[in-house]
Design a protein around this ligand. Structure first.
Ligand code: RIB
Ligand code: CA
Length: 330
């Protein structure tokens, strides 16, 4: 299988962190060209530090981490003063698990310039994997439209066909920056949208957490420590959500095993109003409007296949003697 050249754009955040772990554990399939961070679950300075923490946890200090946009276009929700995100991802964005302060460098180039320059200089098309607000990707598309021809596809965690999470209508990433999502979904670039309808199917369970505990490596322990904060019934004030919803790792699992996913091409429109619909992704699932589809919308996941893949890849990380993390409750 030809390696997929990949740019991960994220806001780690617990589920972003696990997406990074899954991607880094998959070097046969993925060539991670760089990790850009964006304001979202926590501030971008915290996000970029967390991304570097994950790179060091996996002994990959040569991975390039970039800091991107520190705010969204209209700053609808600011993680700095949003109890919503602290309640879900914890004050640091990595739940109850403290990883050592990173020593690997943060790249001096900003995240948006990195995306633009990497795409323009690429000899082959690159896949973008955004798992936070789409501010960086939208800025890149606005600043340099020529990059559209260099993007293989954008596999985004965001949006929803049905009920939102941050509001009744909108999913968090699109709600944070509806304008950015609008720019991306009207860009004409091929999009795979993995929204809440799919990701809510991949919730953590006590049984799965016990499976991780049996692995016993520092990475598995770090994931348990992260998820112990995340795995709470109705943590998102969403009835029926019993575990921690692993939203973002679905992007990477889709790239690794697309056969685990199904959906359909559909027209999607992003609401950029300042009403209760802000950030809404209206998905014309039955083609009522007769408009040209602009995204492939995932609505079904082989959940067992997802967790088998995630567990097997996390199991690849080696046992190590040095203590790589300390936790409040270790
Ligand atoms: O709505 C879920 C998304 O919002 C995930 O990407 C999570 O990390 C948060 O960014
Ligand atoms: Ca995220």
């Amino acid at each position: 299988m030809k390696k997929i050249p990949l740019i991960m754009d994220c806001d780690p955040g617990l589920d972003d962190a696990i997406a990074l772990l899954l991607a880094i554990a998959s070097p046969e399939e993925l060539d991670i060209l760089g990790i850009s961070t964006v304001v979202g679950n926590v501030t971008v300075s915290q996000n970029q530090e967390n991304a570097r923490r994950i790179c060091e946890l996996t002994n990959q200090p040569d991975l390039k981490v970039f800091q991107g946009c520190a705010r969204t276009f209209f700053e609808r929700i600011s993680p700095a003063d949003s109890e919503y995100t602290a309640d879900i991802h914890g004050e640091t964005g990595l739940g109850g698990c403290k990883l050592p302060t990173p020593t690997m460098p943060l790249q001096s180039q900003d995240g948006v310039s990195f995306i633009i320059e990497t795409l323009l200089n690429a000899s082959e098309k690159i896949t973008l994997a955004p798992s936070g607000p789409l501010t960086n990707v939208a800025c890149a598309l606005i600043m340099e439209p020529r990059i559209k021809d260099k993007i293989e596809k954008i596999v985004v965690m965001g949006g929803v066909i049905g009920l939102g999470n941050i509001t009744p209508t909108a999913e968090y990433n699109f709600y944070c920056d509806p304008q950015a999502a609008y720019v991306v979904f009207t860009s004409g670039v091929p999009i795979v949208m993995i929204g809440l309808d799919a990701t809510r199917q991949t919730q953590t369970s006590q049984e799965w957490l016990r499976t991780l505990a049996e692995i016993g490596t520092p990475v598995a322990q770090a994931v348990i420590d992260m998820l112990s904060f995340y795995h709470r019934p109705n943590a998102f004030l969403e009835p029926g959500v019993l575990g921690g919803v692993l939203h973002d790792p679905n992007i990477i699992a889709y790239l690794l095993k697309p056969e685990l996913y199904s959906g359909r091409n559909a027209y999607v429109e992003i609401d950029v109003s300042s009403t209760i619909m802000a950030g809404r992704s209206t998905v014309d699932w039955h083609g009522k409007l007769g408009r040209k589809p602009n995204a492939y919308i995932i609505n079904k996941v082989d959940v067992d296949g997802f967790f088998d893949l995630l567990t097997s890849r996390l199991n690849r990380y080696p046992m190590t003697t040095e203590k790589v993390h300390t936790c409040n409750h270790c």
